[in-house]
Design a binder for this molecule. Structure first.
Ligand SMILES: Cc1ncc(COP(=O)(O)O)c(C=O)c1O
Length: 380
């Protein structure tokens, strides 16, 4: 629970010193020591620490196999490569995401096909996905947007019915549960440990799978397709994680459940105390991890509120300002989609700070600043 007692400092005093960022990574003393141990060991490239991180992550994520890679983008790319997706194939995905989700499909010569999102959660709409399935469709890439699980009951049934692979872009969602089961354990899970994510290794990623054959391919693909030293079985490149990243990851994993709890506590406080800003809905029967806390405001108001918050020292984000098909790259490739729910969301969303390093007084300050900005701008 977050206390609602009066702040020690007044809001006016706080605003003079307050700079509330969207993310602030935390590293404990043991982790700092482990970094020094790695430096002293002389072994910096992928080794036993990466293996340990993979084993711990797999256990925590309730999957038999976890493969550490150099980024979330690498995770998505290798998942598609392991399925041998390429020219002539179509992969259905969301336009309301970071470009990596679709770029990796494009990079392999396959065609990203965009389906619209649900107005409530902003996650992919299963009916919109089903309408776009053709004989060329090979896979669906879901994004558990903002840390809120997609409806995995419907998507696993859909993928099975049409014989499609399911890739879960869980960059925002480590620890999120759908009907008590961790995301990333339904299909091929792709996680990101980028600097602002729920756990970070600076840059880094993890792929999770239930399939031992796929796991073996993924391990080869991240290491120049090697099945043994200097035996290049298939075409891969270097997507390995370093030992330094792995010890950061091992350290972060010790805290992730508590940190996700803290994110949920802050979200509950926002849900209760924010006035005039509609939060994005949570999927029924699921436990989100609030990588982002995102509200919707009318387009004119959104940008004015954002400016007010900036003046008050509160950093905000827009996730995402442009549906992927509207990016210059995709326009040049001839994409002319106009998916109404994604278009509206891009104009209306605003993410406010939510992370475990936020103090209670900072959370209250964000609420006060956002409520005041909306009241002021709507009244005036
Ligand atoms: C939804 C989503 N997918 C994929 C990625 C790519 O991850 P990375 O930056 O680790 O390559 C990110 C973020 O950065 C993301 O937000």
């Amino acid at each position: 629970m977050l206390s609602t007692r009066t702040p020690d400092r007044t809001s006016a005093a706080l605003s003079e010193i307050m700079k509330i960022p969207m993310a602030r990574p935390l590293f404990d003393e043991t982790t700092r020591q482990s970094i020094l141990e790695v430096l002293d060991s002389g072994r910096l490239a992928q080794g036993l620490r990466v293996l340990e991180f993979e084993e711990r992550f797999a256990e925590w994520a309730e999957v038999p196999f976890a493969i550490a890679v150099s980024s979330g983008t690498a995770a998505l790319l290798l998942a598609l490569m392991a399925l041998e997706i390429g020219p002539g194939d179509e992969v259905i995905t969301t336009p309301f995401t970071f470009a990596a989700t679709a770029n990796t499909i494009l990079f392999l010569g396959a065609r990203p096909v965009f389906a619209d999102i649900q107005p409530s959660t902003l996650n992919l709409d299963p009916e919109e996905v089903e309408r776009r399935i053709t004989p060329r469709t090979r896979a669906i890439v879901l994004v558990h947007l903002y840390g809120n699980p997609c409806d995995m009951g419907i998507f696993t049934e859909l993928a099975a019915r049409y014989g499609l692979a399911l890739i879960e872009d869980a960059a925002h969602a480590p620890g999120a549960l759908y009907q008590g089961r961790p995301v990333g354990s339904f299909g091929i899970g792709c996680f990101s440990f980028y600097a602002t994510k729920n756990i970070t290794t600076g840059e880094g990623g993890m792929i999770t799978t239930q399939d031992s054959h796929l796991a073996r391919r993924l391990r080869m693909l991240r290491d120049h397709g090697q099945s043994a030293k200097y035996v290049h079985e298939i075409l891969g490149l270097n997507f390995r994680m370093t030992e330094l990243q792995a010890v950061l990851g091992i350290g972060q994993l010790q805290h992730i459940d508590a940190w996700n709890d803290r994110r949920r506590t802050i979200a509950a406080f926002y849900d209760q105390h924010l006035r005039g800003a509609r939060p994005v809905a949570i999927t029924p029967n699921s436990t989100p991890v609030y990588h982002l806390y995102t509200v919707r405001l009318s387009p004119g108001l959104r940008d004015a509120v954002r400016e007010r918050l900036k003046e008050a020292g509160v950093e905000t984000g827009i996730h995402y300002p442009t549906p992927v098909y509207r990016q210059p790259l995709y326009q040049r490739l001839g994409y002319n989609d106009s998916l109404p729910v994604a278009e509206a969301a891009a104009r209306e969303v605003l993410s406010i700070p939510i992370h475990p390093a936020l103090r209670d007084d900072e959370v209250r300050y964000v609420v006060e600043a956002l409520n005041a900005a909306i009241e002021d701008l709507q009244g005036g």
